[in-house]
Ligand binder design. Structure first.
Ligand SMILES: NC(=O)c1ccc[n+]([C@@H]2O[C@H](COP(=O)([O-])OP(=O)(O)OC[C@H]3O[C@@H](n4cnc5c(N)ncnc54)[C@H](OP(=O)(O)O)[C@@H]3O)[C@@H](O)[C@H]2O)c1
Length: 257
């Protein structure tokens, strides 16, 4: 059983690993003995998380802005100096935008669709050579995309570009299943429901917490313990025969509508 869910010594790259869901996932991989690399724009925060998690296991931060292709290429070239391959890519970094239909700005489309949809595609494309190195039919490399319940069901608020970008990411994952399977790489998506992170802060501060949880059959926000099990599963031998799946971790939100 220990080897079935083992990620020890796997080389894992988590985008947006400096806080929120990305931090939850990165820290659980570190605790499980993986060699974990995180990235985000905030260099200071990245360095602080690197220091904190290095006290537990292996964690290095390479900061940068993933909305720029040139930055994606720079980050990958820095990783290539440090590691010969990549076993698991977690496309977690994301952004949202809320505005009414009448007021929704073009910026709210460009920022959100770029980071949530275009960036994961180019990270996959540019990381492909490193993902292929250690990939075998028995031990495929993994891509884990972090989608959203809002990409499965109609959201409860006005986040048009966000919901569309996440539905797009879910579908992009499926369109990549065959070309990646030929290279022994599995691609799956986790679709979280509401988690108490900075992204959800405006909802909490605006007094919307009850509205959010009342849409969740299990009637609460998700917590670290709710997401890390799925992240471990999708990186481990236990999921070697799973690709193209979208797994909701949403307290029943998508399963009940
Ligand atoms: N929280 C929820 O309820 C929820 C629900 C469903 C899905 N999700 C999804 O889960 C993922 C994580 O969300 P979260 O709630 O943890 O968000 P969060 O707390 O806002 O964290 C976002 C992370 O992404 C990084 N990031 C943002 N823009 C970036 C950029 N241009 N380049 C590099 N890194 C960037 C941030 O760091 P910097 O600011 O330093 O760059 C941060 O580490 C997202 O894809 C989100 O859509 C969240």
């Amino acid at each position: 059983m220990d080897s079935l869910f083992a990620v020890k010594n796997k080389i894992i790259f988590v985008t947006g690993g400096s806080r929120g869901i990305g931090y939850m996932i990165a820290s659980c991989y570190v605790k499980a003995g993986a060699r974990v690399y995180i990235t985000s724009r905030d260099q200071k925060r990245c360095a602080a998380v690197e220091r904190e998690l290095s006290a537990i296991g292996f964690c290095r931060a390479i900061s940068g802005d993933l909305s720029k292709l040139s930055e994606i290429e720079r980050i990958i070239s820095e990783l290539q100096v440090l590691e010969p391959k990549l076993d698991v890519l977690v496309n977690n970094a994301g952004a949202t935008w809320g505005a009414s239909l009448e007021e929704f700005p073009e910026k709210g489309w460009d920022k959100v669709t770029s980071l949530n949809l275009k960036t994961p595609f180019f990270l996959i494309q540019k990381f492909l050579p490193m993902l292929k190195v250690g990939a075998t039919p028995d031990d495929p490399s993994r891509i884990i995309n972090i989608g959203s319940v809002d990409g499965i069901r109609v959201p409860i608020w006005d986040n048009y570009s966000y919901a569309a970008s996440k539905a797009g990411l879910h579908h992009l994952s499926k369109t990549l299943v065959r070309p990646l399977a030929e290279q022994n790489i599995n691609i799956n998506t986790i679709a979280p429901g509401p988690f108490s992170t900075d992204m959800m802060a405006p909802m909490k501060e605006g007094g919307w917490s009850d509205t959010v949880t009342s849409a969740v059959p299990l009637n609460r926000f998700g917590e670290a313990g709710d997401i890390v099990g799925t992240a471990i599963f999708l990186a481990s031998p236990a999921s070697s025969y799973i690709t193209g799946a979208t797994i909701p971790v949403d307290g029943g939100m998508s399963g009940s509508t």
